[in-house]
Design a protein around this ligand. Structure first.
Ligand code: ADE
Length: 242
């Protein structure tokens, strides 16, 4: 079982997340153990302070080392990977999710307010951002990572469900349809109703390539192609010129 310990000043933000849908079920099935720790409980002063004014002056407050790192000490073991959520980190990706899903124990630190005392970074293995924008805290981003990792764990969802994920083969997922066969005049592509598995596989691969070429050409730049894929790309480019 994967263990995920999350250090946060706002444990209530995780209530809906850990009590809903696939994450809730993964916890109940023992696929993952998610615990939230409020490091304010490790503050010693009367006001339970966790932050203070920055040395050198300036706006805002900075998270202090002591409460956060005392809390960290109670959860870290030799098997832990300690992650700091911050907009300054490496950008999260499906590849990173797959790598993290192989770990035994993740400890995720969520900051809030202006920033962390720089010395906290000495206790961190990996600093992760979920994208080039600034959130009010690391809570949402820690949930993004926990969600993406948990769904990859054995037993969380059917293992085959990952195989067609967008990005898992370096391409965006192909278009999907369900009943009815005609909705408001829009028909489901005939090949999907044919029951011909090989033709369906080819159609899906080609549409994955088409979608990726149109929406995310950057994903194709460093990808190696099979001869089948190369042939489909040629067809797609010819079709786009028409
Ligand atoms: N905390 C604030 N903004 C963030 C971001 N973009 N990624 C991760 N943690 C954050």
């Amino acid at each position: 079982m994967m263990k995920i310990d999350i250090l946060s000043l706002f444990p209530e933000m995780f209530e809906g997340f850990t009590h809903t849908s696939i994450i809730k079920r993964a916890i109940e099935k023992g696929v993952v153990d998610i615990k939230i720790h409020n490091f304010r409980e490790f503050a010693h002063d009367r006001h339970q302070s966790v932050d203070d004014t920055p040395y050198g002056g300036g706006q805002g407050m900075v998270l202090m080392c002591q409460p956060l790192l005392d809390c960290l000490k109670t959860v870290v073991t030799k098997e832990s990977l300690v992650i700091l959520m911050s907009p300054q980190g490496a950008t999260f990706s499906q590849k990173m999710a797959v790598d993290l899903s192989k770990e035994k124990h993740l400890v995720i630190i969520c900051g809030h307010y202006e920033g962390f005392d720089e010395r906290i970074r000495d206790y961190v293995d990996l600093e992760v951002s979920i994208g080039d924008y600034v959130l009010t805290g690391g809570e949402l981003s820690s949930m993004v990572i926990t969600d993406a990792v948990t769904r990859l764990l054995h037993g969380a969802i059917r293992d085959e469900s990952h195989e067609d994920d967008s990005f898992s083969n370096g391409l965006l997922e192909y278009p999907q349809y369900t009943h009815p066969a005609v909705y408001d005049g829009q028909e489901v592509p005939a090949v999907l109703l044919s029951g011909h598995h090989e033709n369906i596989r080819k159609w899906r691969l080609k549409e994955s390539l088409r979608r990726t070429l149109v929406r995310r050409p950057d994903l194709l730049e460093n990808r190696e192609f099979t001869s089948e894929e190369r042939a489909f790309l040629k067809e797609i480019k010819a079709e786009m010129k028409k």
